[in-house]
Ligand binder design. Sequence first.
Ligand code: NAD
Length: 351
Amino acid sequence: MKKAEYGFGIIGAGNVAKLHAEAIEQIDGAKLIGVTAIPYEAACAFANKYEAKAYKDINEVTADSDIDIVTLCTPSGLHAQQAVTLLNAGKHAIVEKPLAITLDQADSAIEAANRTGKKLGVISQRRFDPAMVAVKSAIDKGLFGKLVLINGHVHYYREPSYYSSSDWRGTWKMDGGGALMNQGIHAVDLIGWFGGPVKNIYANARTLHHNIEVEDTLAASLEFESGALGTLEATTCAYPGLSVRIELIGEKGTTIIEDSRIIYWNINSGVECPELSVEDGIGGGGSTPMSICAAGHISQFKDFIEAVGNDSRPAIDGIEGRKAVEIVLAAYQSSRTGSRVGFPLIQAVIC
Ligand SMILES: NC(=O)c1ccc[n+]([C@@H]2O[C@H](COP(=O)([O-])OP(=O)(O)OC[C@H]3O[C@@H](n4cnc5c(N)ncnc54)[C@H](O)[C@@H]3O)[C@@H](O)[C@H]2O)c1
């Protein structure tokens, strides 16, 4: 049954949690009830800022009957197990990307959502950017014709302190990978959304600059089931940090998107580039993760609330979120083995 107001809880009080709190504040019918983090003092400071409660741990969150939906803003290696805890306790869960860092973990979260009937959503807010929505609609209308090349390039720069100030970033155990699993996954998700299922991937992952155990640079070549080819590039070494760039090249038209802007559009039928206000977009996180705005999270939270109210599927549920994780893990497997890797990927452990 639809509620007039949905109570939100947040787990984690770091960088992205601020975007979540801002997004919840800006949605009619959503209210932040409380937050938990480690240490508890961090939860208290966050709760104070957003006029919410601070909880000692996730069990206090699940025990609060005012909370309907919980968003997970914790290190990636915790996402799936915390989602299962939330779903089992009867809460709906929105998990920051990636859904999980292994397929077994992803499947456990999907199974918990199916079993409990509670909704599971995975943040991939760039899908809600007006530029991406317009391009997806043009693809579905066939305006580009058959796509022949689908490229996603994430040439970011992260200061060494981005990794050294954190005990989880850049680790296999809690980040689940590097430039592709953490930063590049947005482009992975978009090219899969635009191009459909991937048939196989060949990748080289290297640690070229940062003092971390996971890759800081990855380049991959893909083949889609549609027959289209594509490339994926992700790095956190590209000073000073560039835009996310998505290129869609088709037999009837081509478009290039950088962050929230369509910078190139040429369709042989003469259909004009959609007029979009850049202010409505998310912006870019090329040089720092926190330069993006909450617009995408607001749209995705609204979609999720609709799904809860109507008992329908959120735009990006566990199944959708799993797809990007599978592509990332296949890229790592390819780099480790030196072979092209096909889908579906049968693999649970990444290192
Ligand atoms: N969608 C995006 O654009 C975007 C941007 C940044 C980060 N993220 C994702 O968000 C997640 C968090 O990233 P971040 O940069 O905010 O990290 P962060 O290190 O800034 O914050 C992590 C928070 O999790 C808390 N935490 C850790 N273990 C916990 C536990 N067991 N219980 C409760 N709280 C715990 C920490 O106290 C901290 O407040 C990552 O998975 C990352 O991939 C997504």
